[in-house]
Design a protein around this ligand. Structure first.
Ligand code: KG4
Ligand code: ZN
Length: 365
């Protein structure tokens, strides 16, 4: 029963409105029949961050269009759908509510079953959608909103080994870009400048390395960058292109090194479980960074662990991951009903305490 499922997924927890159709069939790799994402970058650009109210309105407006486009792109109709999966948290509450209401409407209108999905489990299960990884595997989520190490043992069974105690690395890249007058999103522009710079000229702090755990901190790095920039300006009367390149290179080297060192610690804890097919997977926009990727891959190689980086379109926010996670949950017997609530906070690992406040992209669980 439920071996073959065609799932409509909805995602609206931050600044991307997305719908996707995914088919899971016994004995076959899952298939993404369509995946539609409407980004909201233009709407928020002038505010320097995501404005929750603007995001919620845009989601409410765009969700129907996304569903229509996803069905059209899959050459399908609601008659062919077996399950509606929707992000029910964590995230900006107005956006999550928009998605949950839309999903409930479709479920009520069609009589289809409904499943609420944790956005972070969508990211964490992506390597099963793309590479059919077997449990347990280690997962590093690194984006503008998330930074945590998880052991994924099942679709509803995660252990958090650690995470950022303040900002996510993507936020630090974006802030660095703003401080240096580079375009947003900051990650790609800082990476491009870092390639031209000397990473040894400025030495930035490597926070929390003295602590023998998997927690990270990035807010001090931002402050250090600001101070160093101001010092250069004070000494030279301005910032030259070479200074910007060197600052970017030094900053990126610090982030890469901290992530690699903490990844080695997380790998050591994960390997204590003697997994049959050891693997570490990454998700999130920051995983696009070549220097970070190379550093993580090296840590995985040293430990004889497979390194899996799904394609970027599936690493960043999308609804295919929600549809896929919904399918796994449904097949494991989970169900939601019309009482499904939108949750601004929803830690994946219910046993470990929440460490974060709300960042620029909302609650990070
Ligand atoms: O996963 P994502 O699209 O959205 C969420 O944060 O949910 O990640 C976006 C973040 C931004 O902060 C962006 O600057 C960062 O990922 N990013 C990068 C790179 N590309 C995107 N950071 C470092 N290097 C990159 N090449
Ligand atoms: Zn996300």
């Amino acid at each position: 029963m439920n071996d073959d499922l065609t799932v409509l997924g909805l995602e609206s927890s931050c600044d991307d409105t997305a719908a996707a159709i995914v088919r899971v069939s016994k004995g076959k790799a899952p298939e993404i029949l369509s995946s539609v994402v409407f980004g909201q970058n233009d709407l928020h650009a002038q505010f320097g961050g995501v404005v929750p109210e603007i995001a919620a309105r845009a989601h409410a407006e765009k969700l129907d269009h996304c569903v229509r486009d996803a069905l059209q792109a899959a050459d399908s109709t609601l008659d062919a759908i077996d399950l509606i999966a929707v992000t029910a948290g964590p995230g900006l509450i107005g956006g999550v509510l928009s998605g949950v209401m839309c999903a409930k409407g479709i479920a009520a209108g069609t009589g289809l079953p409904l499943i609420g999905v944790n956005h972070l489990s969508g990211h964490a299960l992506t390597p099963r959608l793309t590479d059919q990884l077997t449990y347990p595997y280690l997962m590093l989520l690194v984006s503008g909103g998330h930074c945590q190490f998880l052991i994924a043992r099942g679709c509803d069974d995660f252990t958090r080994l650690g995470g950022t105690i303040d900002d996510a690395p993507g936020e630090a890249f974006d802030k660095t870009a703003r401080l240096l007058g580079l375009p947003q999103p900051g990650g790609p522009s800082v990476e491009a400048r870092a390639k031209l710079g000397d990473a040894k000229r400025f030495r930035f702090p490597r926070p929390l390395l003295d602590r023998d755990d998997c927690n990270l901190s990035f807010s001090g790095l931002k402050t250090a960058l600001l101070r160093t920039r101001d010092q250069v300006i004070a000494d030279q009367g301005g910032l030259k292109q070479k200074d910007v390149n060197d600052l970017c290179a030094g900053f990126q080297a610090a982030v890469s090194e901290v992530l690699a060192i903490k990844t080695r610690r997380a790998l050591a804890l994960y390997l204590q479980e003697a997994p049959q097919f050891p693997a570490i997977a990454v998700a999130g926009g920051v995983a696009a960074n070549q220097s970070i990727r190379t550093a993580l891959e090296a840590a995985a190689d040293e430990n004889g662990v497979d390194f899996v980086a799904p394609p970027l379109t599936l690493c960043t926010d999308n609804a295919a991951m929600i549809a896929y996670a919904g399918a796994e949950l449904f097949q494991a017997g989970k169900r939601s009903d019309m009482t499904l609530a939108a949750r601004p906070r929803w830690p994946l690992d219910q046993t470990s305490p929440s460490m974060l406040g709300s960042g620029k992209k909302g609650a990070k669980a």
